[in-house]
Ligand binder design. Sequence first.
Ligand code: GAR
Length: 188
Amino acid sequence: MRRIAIFASGNGSNAENIIRYFNEGDHGAVVALVVCNRPGAGVIGRSERLGVPVSVMSAAEIRDADRMMKVMDEYEIDIVVLAGFLLMIPAFLTERYHDRMVNIHPSLLPKFGGKGMYGRHVHEAVVAAGETETGITIHLVSDECDGGRIVFQARVGLTPDDTPESVERKIHELERVHFPCVIEETFC
Ligand code: GAR
């Protein structure tokens, strides 16, 4: 049974969906830990209610190799899933979890990726650019922001009436349907 750590910074709808999929089903892995860098983030309560331990760590603690590796070892983590995690991952973690760490990005990379492109900012840029479609990208994590080999993309059409809020709803629906299955297909 593979052991997953989810890293998240915010609301945690993806984290909750992934926890329910693996911990309430038979899919070859279990979510053993959630790491969050923001005290008070929604993901903390969502995870704890589902019985998953949460480690709230500051950016400095996450960059501290000894501290971070101790946590990963304690929970025997094989796979790391970034689900709305807004800090850069330190090199010692991308090395240790080379080919065993994925991120989800709420656009069709390489479009609308890079520094500052996260969450609602992405959807605002997509609407401002008059795009006729957008989507999600799930990719392996490398040292480059939003770089790393793409393992999956899904698309959704947009209309001139779409707003950043409606785009966000469409994206969350794609994430809900696809993210857990892609994790399973990639690692389990
Ligand atoms: C998700 O839409 C995810 O794709 C995005 O943040 C949202 C987190 O939602 N990630 C990024 O923008 C990373 N660059 P959630 O906290 O409800 O899962």
